[in-house]
Design a protein around this ligand. Structure first.
Ligand code: HQG
Length: 181
């Protein structure tokens, strides 16, 4: 399968598994899962047919492992990034001492005063290393990397979870835990 087709299917999945399942008449359960058969049928009904083999290819080859099948292979969900309400049912875990967030200069005044907020998503997304944060920030312009004192946040009772694809998730990061460059 060529890369453009892979990217198109991946974007289609992001839209419908994270944000707007109802657009194609799909229902997700409370943990974000939907049946593969229902997804393939809904996509076909709405004019964007793809096969199970193509879906498998997108899931395994995805650069960020954005999607995961359950253990039966019959259900699929996005591993993180939702705007719709889902409870991914991830356990609370002790974070590494330091985490990173890639953003851009135009957001800094607001982040300095209110900290990091989930904005349109479910959680604030934090990266385990600077390189990943750099890539996240670069989506919006010249990246600015913020350093999060995750050890102190956890000690103060903030809950951290990690998605199946290694993104650290937290409700919010108050300004006191942020270091600006
Ligand atoms: C910023 C992509 C003003 C925040 C990426 C970010 C990631 C604030 C933007 C994943 C703010 C939200 C998530 C505040 C946060 N005032 N701006 N108080 N608090 N912001 O896309 O972290 O390709 O929702 O800095 O690679 O950029 O979709 O979050 O710039 O892993 O799989 O508001 O999305 O992955 O933007 O990216 P986003 P993000 P996927």
């Amino acid at each position: 399968m060529d890369d453009r087709r892979t990217v198109r299917i991946s974007k289609y999945l992001a839209k419908h598994l994270r944000h707007e399942p109802e657009r194609i008449g799909l229902t997700l359960d409370s943990a974000g899962w939907t049946s593969v058969a229902a997804l393939l049928a809904a996509a076909e009904r709405h004019g964007f047919p793809f096969t199970r083999a193509e879906l498998d290819h997108v899931v395994v080859s995805n650069d960020k492992r954005r999607y995961a099948f359950d253990e039966t292979g019959e259900r699929i969900r996005a591993s993180q990034g939702h705007s719709i309400k889902v409870d991914l049912d991830l356990p609370v875990q002790p974070p590494p001492p330091v985490l990173f967030h890639g953003t851009v200069g135009r957001f800094l005044d607001s982040i300095r005063s209110e900290g990091l907020r989930p904005m349109n998503r479910h959680d604030v997304h934090l990266s385990p290393d600077r390189e990943t944060a750099d890539r996240v920030g670069t989506r919006r312009g010249k990246p600015v990397i913020l350093v999060i004192d995750a050890a102190r946040m956890a000690a103060d009772g903030h809950e951290f979870r990690v998605s199946a694809n290694g993104v650290w998730l937290v409700n919010a990061v108050p300004p006191a835990y942020l270091t600006f460059p």
